[in-house]
Design a protein around this ligand. Structure first.
Ligand code: MSP
Length: 537
């Protein structure tokens, strides 16, 4: 976790959250997918010079965690502590996730505030006591409607099973406290209508709107059949339903009822990143809870699609053993961060394949991008002893490169920074990389170098300066996606001495031409994307 240095900047923060993940197991590729997307988004906004707050964390209460802990012979708290310390935090560090905070729902700063929030709703008559009986999926931690269930087959023949988890639901009968969710349908629909960007993508929005139009039921917000949760403050035989507890992390982590200044400058989130499996909780229940308290609603709920394996949502049970670390040890962390955002349109489902990753790594990262960087540095070394030459502005070909950089910056900034179209933004940057490769192939600097006339020498300087400046722009644009290799490129261009830290370079200035001064020392640094070893067995 690193400070953003944003404290001094004042004003509202661009606040992005990931789901808080269940600690019943170690993180897998699917969890990392959402968290990396949020990291790229927030790094992008930091690189614009904005104040940013990026939150992730863990969801530690509920039956699912309790049962897993029991099965492992430890207390739920011991289980959660172990998983957080040994699996979750280390993975985020490994993947260079720059979150500003990490909230755990078992922390007192959270549980106290959850009790206050719920007590407040109770005092406002938004919560009442009632009974409920219905099918419950422990995997989802959610009561299901009969229409949402499937008929079991094979070992589950004759049983109703959850459509997501493909395991039998249990019939639960409880006396519970209910939140008057049914009253919020009209106001939610109004909000969706007035804010078309509230739920992204469009398909997800339509699904939620249709669901709400059918009429909402009141929501059971307490459980009394187990005790691993936050006690209901006025009736300690009950614990607060894990989803109410969990959703509130977005408020408790930024000072709800505790630090008004922090809360004011951060809450509500600009973007809640969620997988589409948990969209309804975020797009219906969470805003209704906020409406009930008179709190402002978030800017956007952005649902990512599922990473699929063998046609099914990737989950712990069908992962076929691939961990994020298995991929990073082969492809490197930067390529890992890049690959899933590059290969899958955000919001759509996508399949991972080792072959596809290898092919894209080799053609796009190693050949297109890595080779460009090493060729340019090698030529500045060979022809100018590693000192960036003086140049003039060149002609039509150079103008095309400058225009190409402007286009890449504009498109990537809109797509990544605003639309969360990571794939489109990355492609815009890589189109520019291809353009610069094409420029070098056409200009043939190795031939121009043989022309010893003053004109020939001036042309050579122009080509290599143009290519180096283009790479400077690429390093800035790719920094949020691939921070390590961007830093290597930055160092190789000698840009740190000339222009300062890479993180301080602004996206909006990245296309301003002529930033690298003549005389800068360019060195052939480490290979950005080494050739891949054989695929491990
Ligand atoms: N604890 C709840 C979330 C509470 S948020 C207030 C939960 N946790 S979870 O551990 O099951 O993780 C859910 C999130 O992980 C998904 O919404 C999604 O963002 C991510 N993913 C888990 N599996 C995934 C895929 N196979 N593909 C893409 N994302 C996936 O639900």
């Amino acid at each position: 976790m690193a400070a953003t240095g944003s404290e001094e900047q004042g004003g509202r923060a661009y606040y992005v959250t990931t789901p808080i993940y269940y600690v019943n197991d170690a993180p897998h590729l699917g969890h990392a997918y959402t968290t990396v997307a949020g990291d790229v988004l927030t790094r992008w906004h930091r690189q614009r010079g904005e104040k940013v707050w990026y939150l992730t964390g863990t969801d530690e209460h509920g039956q699912k965690i309790m049962r897993t802990a029991e099965a492992n012979g430890v207390t739920p708290q011991e289980w959660a502590d172990k998983l957080v310390d040994e699996a979750w935090r280390p993975l985020w560090e490994h993947l260079e996730i720059k979150n500003d905070d990490f909230i755990r729902t078992t922390e007192k700063r959270h549980t106290d505030r959850v009790q206050e929030f719920v007590q407040d709703l109770f005092d406002k008559d938004e919560i009442y006591k009632g009974g409920y009986e219905g099918p419950y999926c422990v995997g989802c931690e959610e009561y299901k409607l009969p229409g949402e269930l499937l008929e079991g087959e094979g070992e589950f023949a004759g049983l109703k099973i959850c459509a997501i988890h493909k395991t039998p639901v249990e019939i639960l009968k409880e006396e519970n406290y209910f939140f008057k969710l049914s009253e919020y349908g009209p106001r939610l629909l109004e909000h969706y209508e007035a804010n078309p960007g509230f739920i992204q993508p469009e398909s997800a929005r339509n699904e939620v709107v249709n669901f709400v139009r059918q009429g909402l039921q009141d929501l059971s917000i307490s459980r009394s059949t187990f005790d691993w949760g936050v006690p209901v403050p006025w009736d300690e035989k009950h614990v607060i339903y894990v989803w109410i507890d969990a959703l509130l992390n977005y408020a408790t982590a930024v000072g709800y009822n505790e630090n008004p200044a922090k809360f004011e400058e951060t809450f509500p989130a600009d973007v809640h990143l969620v997988g589409k499996d948990i969209l309804r909780f975020h797009a219906i229940i969470w805003p209704a809870m906020l409406l009930a308290q008179g709190l402002p609603l978030p800017g956007k709920i952005a649902a990512n699609g599922w990473l699929m394996v063998g046609g099914e949502k990737m989950s712990k049970s069908n992962l076929t053993g691939i961990k994020p670390q298995d991929l990073t040890s082969h492809f490197g962390v930067d390529a890992y961060r890049w690959y899933f955002l590059r290969a899958i349109a955000f919001g759509q489902d996508g399949s991972f394949s080792w072959e596809d990753f290898s092919a894209r790594y080799t053609s796009e990262l190693a050949n297109d991008y890595g080779n460009l960087a090493s060729r340019v540095a090698a030529m500045v070394g060979k022809y100018y002893g590693g000192t960036l030459p003086e140049t003039n502005s060149g002609g039509v070909a150079e103008q095309a490169v400058r225009d190409g950089l402007i286009k890449a910056v504009t498109e990537a900034d809109r797509k990544i920074g605003e639309e969360l179209d990571f794939q489109g933004g990355i492609l815009a940057i890589f189109d520019f990389v291809k353009q610069v490769n094409g420029y070098i192939t056409e200009q043939e600097p190795w031939k121009v170098a043989k022309d010893t006339s003053a004109e020939g020498q001036a042309a050579l300087a122009t080509i290599l300066y143009t290519a180096s400046e283009a790479l400077r722009g690429v390093a800035v644009l790719l920094n949020p996606v691939m921070p390590d290799t961007s830093q290597k490129l930055w160092d190789s261009l000698g840009a740190e001495d000339a222009l300062g830290a890479l993180a301080d370079q602004r996206i909006q200035d990245a296309a301003t031409w002529g930033q690298l001064p003549a005389g800068t020392t360019v060195t052939k640094g480490a290979v950005l994307f080494p050739r891949l070893e054989e695929k491990p067995a």
